[in-house]
Design a protein around this ligand. Structure first.
Ligand SMILES: [Mg+2]
Length: 196
């Protein structure tokens, strides 16, 4: 069982992995949203990689901005269906995600739950009080993911899959990126050094 893979050291601060979803776990739909399970496609090798990472981290979370809900392009139930199926596939592959956090709000409201704001991570800390941000890692393919991890004192890992990223903005946050990799798989290969 996946639970047996956990590091059960009592009294120790727990290492957590925060994963962005679109572009890290699944193929990002450019200028669009994954509105149903049929539109959700895992990136190559990700299922195997999550099962490896789940053994290395005490907690694994998904943190995802989903303003398609505020835009009326999908409902929370649609998103729930996508996540239910994602979690089922991850479990079948012996992986584990302890909780999925999402922000349904529109970016124009600058909501506290929307990355780069810290709401989702602080909710995770409420739900799992022994998690320790300083020994945690945020992995994402967007500038907002890096800002989010940096503000919370996590290690930040940038996944270079986004072809349409703003190069100038990326240059401005270079000092906030601890590691860059081409994929989640590449991160997993080097993760022992990063979380040591
Ligand atoms: Mg992303």
């Amino acid at each position: 069982m996946a639970a047996e893979c956990r590091n059960n050291d009592t009294g120790m601060k727990k290492k957590s992995l925060f994963l962005d979803r679109d572009g890290v776990i699944n193929k990002r739909i450019v200028d669009g949203y994954v509105r149903n399970p049929g539109e959700f496609h895992f990136l190559d090798g990700v299922l195997d990689v999550i099962s490896i990472l789940a053994r290395k981290f005490d907690y694994c979370f998904v943190v995802t901005n989903q303003q398609g809900i505020a835009k009326g392009l999908m409902t929370e139930k649609d998103l729930q269906n996508v996540h239910d199926e994602m979690l089922e596939d991850i479990m079948k592959a012996n992986g584990r995600i302890d909780r999925v956090y999402y922000c349904p709000e529109h970016h124009t409201k600058n909501p506290y739950c929307r990355k780069p704001n810290p709401g989702m991570a602080l909710q995770a800390q409420k739900d799992f009080p022994d998690l320790d941000f300083e020994s945690s890692v945020m992995v994402g393919d967007s500038i907002s993911d890096i800002e989010f991890g940096y503000r919370l004192n996590m290690k930040t890992v940038f996944i270079e899959t986004k072809k349409d990223i703003d190069i100038e903005k990326l240059a401005e946050i270079q000092n906030k990126i601890d590691f860059s990799f081409a994929s989640l798989k590449d991160f997993a290969l080097h993760s022992d050094k990063i979380i040591a």
